[in-house]
Structures are given as C-alpha cells and as structure tokens.
Design a protein around this ligand. Structure first.
Ligand SMILES: [Zn+2]
Length: 392
C-alpha cells in the first residue's frame, strides 16, 4: 500500500523567534528521555566547541565562535533537556543545556541548507547515560529492544572478566507494515499485515543465518504499532539500515510488481500530491510524538538519501531476479518512517496483494523465502560496498 506522508515539519517542540541580524535564528527540541535532539537554526555555517559534555554535572556547554545572538534566547526543555539558554559570549554564542538526567552528547553535526530548509542547522544529539533505559513513553506494545544494545555502564562491582568486545554486527531494523487493528491492503486470500509479518520473519532468519547482522523487528506479532513508535524503535536500536515491508494494492488485478521507495528531495513540498490511497504514514505526524515527527525533517539529509538510493538500486537489482518490477520501480515519497542522519531507509512494496500472481508469491513460504533471500543478498552487497568505500 502506498505510504506517503506529510507533516514532517509537524512538530517543532520549542522555538524562539528569530533574533534579527543574529547568527542564531532559533532553537528546536525533539525526542524523548532516551535520546533528545537539539537543533540550532543558523543563518550561516558555524563550527562548535564542546566546553562541557554533561558527564560531570548535567550541564552541557557548547560554544559557537563567531556566531551572533542579538538577545539571549531561552526555552523550556524536552526529553533529556530540562532547560536551555543561548547567550552572547565574548567570542560568539554560547549554548547552555541543563540536563534533566544523566546524558552525554552522542553526536553533533552541521547541516547545510537543504530539503526545503533555507538555513544551516547545527544538530546536537543527547543520549541518556543512565544505567536503566528509559521506559517507552507510549502505552502501545513496544517490542523489547533494550537487549539489542545494552548501555555500557561502568559500575564498581568486581569484574573478573574483561567486557566482551563491542558487537561489530550491523543492526538491521525490519519493519513489518501494518498490524493489529490496521490490516493494510486486502488480497483475495489474505491481508497485507500477515504477508508483511511473514516476510519480515523470513528476512530476519536469512540475515541472522549469515552471522553478520543483529535484527530488530518493529513488531513480531499481529499487533498495532504506531508509526512514531516504529521510528523510536529504529532510532533506539541505532540501526545501520532500515527496511519497511509492504504489499501494494490496486484496482486492476493485472497490475503487479515490486517497487522501492526512498525519501524524496523536497518531500515536504511535494507531499500533498503524494498522499493518495493510504494515510497510514501520515498518522505519525497527526497523532504521533510531535517531537519525533519534528525531528524527522532534520534527519533527511542528502547524504542519507544518497545512501538510501544506493541501497534501493541494489535491492531492486536482486529482487528483480525473483519478482517482476513495476515500470518505475524506484520511487521517491515523503516517507515519514525515515530516521537517523546516516541510516539508509527504504520501503519495499514486495508486490501487489491484489494481483493473483503476486499474492501467490507472497503467500507461499517458498516464494516469500526466495524474495527475502534476495533482499538479504542486497543487504550483504550494500555493506560489502560500504566497507570497500571505507577502506579506500
Ligand atoms: Zn502498506
């Protein structure tokens, strides 16, 4: 089913009016108690220096040399941030963050104007460093992912053995589309939510057999998982790749074939046209975690899209050996399900559940298994290529 989304700009949790003539335009926050993103909108490129990373006293201080701020900015917190200020210092702007709990800076980077945003953005991701991961703030059933990457904690208990080396396995998040009260598209013999779950399980098995991957499922049973929870799962898992599995539908039983979606350039501007027959992904911004949906916009960098497109082409290449492709099989859409700055994310429409041929493939364990094996091959190929690029 088509899964275009709008409202990626939907939730800006905290903002301040522009400081006229200043370098800092505003500050935005998103996220939760596990991970919080702070975005400083700037009217120019800037570098930053961390004066204090928060580990010592729950205060993060980041200086932005040469950046102006006309008047001090301040705002209420969200997630790991209790409060923040941006002050004018001797050499530039200075950001002070008061943390609500133990946390550290996980990553920070500058984003140039892109994707419909006219200004630069300096992004600071804070991650909880508390021993126990924060409980999900959403009441819906959330697959247990705490075990995937336990937080590294240093306690003073006797440690007879050195800690095992950090896992080098790539973390793949598999998202079985729909579920529970949301059946997805209807075929002659079954519904989309069952096909996607069966395929997700087959792909998980294929990936785990290789020994190279750790797989996180956004759902592993017939449950309804809101989209924002799926996004949170992927972010918390620190995914290296995200793949969402769906089955298409259409009025003509002769329409068949697989297709792959990645995030479009200027997704926000075009999204109104892309919302067609399935508003499933839109719900993330409508009733989801405002912080997360607001954050998504800043996660859609060009680099990510390039990687997503690279993977999408590899995926189609392998899938085409086992399944017909739609004529224009690599599509771009305003997918709300995309995530971290450097994580390729694609959505695979495995075929049309409304096509007898496609439904036969998707409904048969053998056919499904071959298709997911091809998907697994494309994931192998993608990471093999990334490794080659990295070792150049
Ligand atoms: Zn779908």
């Amino acid at each position: 089913m088509i899964v275009a989304g709008v409202g990626i700009l939907g939730g800006v949790a905290a903002s301040q009016a522009a400081a006229a003539g200043g370098g800092v335009l505003r500050v935005r926050l998103g996220g939760d108690q596990a991970e919080t993103r702070l975005v400083i909108d700037l009217d120019r490129a800037a570098s930053a220096k961390v004066a204090s990373d928060g580990a010592a006293d729950r205060h993060v201080v980041v200086s932005l040399p040469g950046v102006n701020v006309d008047a001090g900015l301040q705002g209420a917190g969200q997630g790991l941030v209790r409060a923040w200020t941006v002050e004018r210092g001797a050499t530039g702007a200075r950001l002070n963050i008061e943390l609500s709990r133990n946390a550290v800076i996980k990553r920070r980077f500058l984003l140039p104007p892109a994707d419909g945003v006219a200004n630069y953005r300096y992004v600071i991701d804070l991650a909880s460093s508390a021993a126990a991961p924060a409980a999900p703030s959403i009441a819906a059933p959330v697959p247990q992912i705490a075990a995937v990457k336990p937080p590294v904690t240093f306690i003073s208990a006797p440690a007879p053995k050195p800690a095992p080396p950090l896992a080098l396995k790539k973390i793949i998040v598999i998202d079985a589309g729909h579920g529970g009260k949301d059946p997805g598209a209807q075929g002659a013999a079954g519904v989309e939510k069952d096909v996607t779950l069966a395929a997700a399980r087959a792909l998980k098995a294929r990936l785990e057999r290789s020994g190279r991957y750790q797989v996180v499922m956004t759902r592993d049973s017939d449950v309804y998982v809101p989209l924002d929870v799926r996004v949170q799962i992927a972010r918390r898992a620190d995914a290296d790749l995200f793949i969402s599995l769906h089955a298409d539908s259409g009025p003509d039983v002769n329409t068949r074939g697989a297709s792959v979606y990645t995030l479009a350039d200027r997704a926000v501007g075009r999204s109104a046209k892309l919302v067609t027959k399935d508003d499933w992904f839109m719900k993330a911004s409508a009733d989801g975690d405002r912080g997360v949906s607001g954050i998504l916009f800043d996660l859609t960098q060009r680099a990510t899209k390039n990687r997503s497109a690279t993977f999408a082409e590899m995926l189609l290449d392998r899938v085409s050996e086992h399944q017909t492709l739609l004529r224009r099989s690599h599509r771009e859409a305003g997918l709300a399900v995309l995530l971290a700055p450097d994580v390729p994310a694609v959505l695979l429409e495995m075929g049309f559940i409304t096509s007898p041929e496609d439904e036969a493939i998707l409904g048969d364990p053998g056919g499904r298994g071959r298709l997911m094996s091809a998907v697994g091959d494309s994931i192998d190929a993608y990471f093999a290529q990334q490794t080659r690029l990295a070792s150049r």
